[in-house]
Design a protein around this ligand. Structure first.
Ligand code: SF4
Length: 409
């Protein structure tokens, strides 16, 4: 590693090294701005807007590592001690100056800063906190800051991070403590969860008492790598569900494992399918916004794996046909949310509309844009699909058609 590399070269190395972290979305930040002529930067009430490059990198935040050197040797990580990659390290001042310079040029709306562990967890956390503190206190930076937390660091340092950052995250990385022990023997699942617990308590305390100092108002998040170990989707979702429940996490991000150069021999040679990651996000969404429990989604799955061919809501409906059809003129919101093809907004519009008239199939089409997917699962004034639901071919009728990929598509 060299501190003497020119900053642009460090940026190339350390922005590239940060791309493996998926947990950089920024929803839920508090509103700050510099319209009063003071300070630098702003963040909107709903968090800043993002755009993602086709490979999934968030480009509205300056997303970098402080360093890609690390004293740990986690098998799945490109930055691990034994990895043969070019190393670089920013100084605190360099990160602060880059953030300010990029912000002033309108390239970014905030900073996502993570780091390999250098010297010790405490030393590394101290450096991360210094960046955030300098930005806020010395430069009055009001943009969004997301700091990665080093779980083994002194709790007091982690608390300080929360005073300056909008969001904190600690990656749990693998769905079970056994996998973590196998692939990241220097990490400790209990310590990661302890840190999540104390962050959760600080976040709640700050929300409950307006006079308490602001603490990570955009909450905490984590990332789970999928497909590096043999854990099924049921296990992954079980872990995610328990983290949401116990630590009030804002988000769990799922990152499909993709082989890294010089990867450890204990890892799979092939990447996990991206569609698996997508199905997990859909299942996660159902758990957070559609009233499904983890068990409802995962019970009866073949080998505990989500169906890659259809989304989890459609899969659940096909496996629970006895719950349908739902009468759109009488069913409660909870059941309507389970109808394939009806999203939250459509259901709310539908509930509003049925106060004034009896709904027909055309009304549902108008409200949701299409009725093709919902049709077998609903009853309207002019439609009752009983025989459709009984048909063994129903799955083929409602599942999206497989498409031939174009060579240059
Ligand atoms: S501690 Fe973090 S940066 Fe270091 S090897 Fe493990 S995952 Fe990579």
């Amino acid at each position: 590693m060299s501190r003497s590399l020119p900053v642009p070269e460090k940026l190339t190395i350390l922005a590239d090294a940060a791309k493996y972290d998926a947990s950089c979305a920024s929803s839920g930040g508090t509103k700050r701005n510099s319209r009063d002529g003071q300070g630098i930067g702003s963040s909107t009430g709903n968090g800043i807007c993002h755009s993602y490059t086709p490979d999934g990198r968030c480009v509205s935040l300056l997303k970098i590592l402080l360093t890609n050197s690390c004293i740990f040797d986690c098998g799945y990580c490109i930055n691990r001690r034994s990895s043969n990659v070019r190393r670089a390290r920013f100084t605190v001042e360099e990160v602060v100056n880059l953030t300010l310079a990029f912000y002033k040029r309108n390239y970014i709306e905030g900073l996502f800063l993570s780091s390999g562990i250098i010297r010790s967890p405490d030393y590394t956390m101290e450096q991360l906190v210094r960046v955030a503190r300098d930005l806020r206190q010395v430069h009055d930076f009001r943009g969004y800051i997301h700091l990665k937390t080093i779980p083994e660091a002194d709790p007091d340092l982690v608390r300080q991070a929360g005073l300056y950052a909008d969001r904190l995250s600690i990656n749990i990385e693998l769905p079970t403590p056994e996998s973590l022990r196998r692939y990241a023997p220097e990490k400790d699942a209990a310590s990661i969860q302890d840190t999540m617990g104390s962050l959760g308590a600080c976040i709640e305390e700050s929300k409950a008492d307006r006079r308490a100092p602001r603490f990570a108002p955009a909450g905490q998040s984590t990332q789970l790598i999928v497909g590096a170990d043999a854990s099924s989707d049921a296990t992954v979702l079980g872990t995610a569900g328990s983290l949401y429940h116990r630590y009030a996490l804002r988000r769990v991000y799922y990152s499909a494992f993709s082989p890294i150069p010089d990867s450890s021999a204990i890892l799979p040679a092939r990447p996990a399918p991206l569609v698996r990651e997508n199905r997990l996000y859909q299942a996660d969404w159902l758990i957070r916004y559609y009233g499904f429990s983890v068990e409802e989604i995962t019970d009866g799955l073949d080998g505990g794996m989500l169906d890659l061919a259809v989304d989890p809501k459609l899969d659940w409906a096909l496996r629970h046909r006895d719950q349908f059809p739902a009468d759109v003129n009488a069913a409660d919101r909870e059941l309507l949310l389970r109808v394939p093809g009806l999203g939250q907004r459509t259901v709310d519009k539908l509930l509003q509309a049925r106060r004034h008239r009896t709904l027909r199939l055309d009304d549902i089409k108008r409200l949701s844009g299409t009725v093709q997917r919902a049709r077998p699962f609903i009853v309207t004034a002019d439609h009752r699909p009983t025989r459709l639901l009984d048909r063994s071919a129903l799955r083929g009728m409602v599942a999206p058609k497989a498409e031939q990929m174009t060579l240059f598509g």
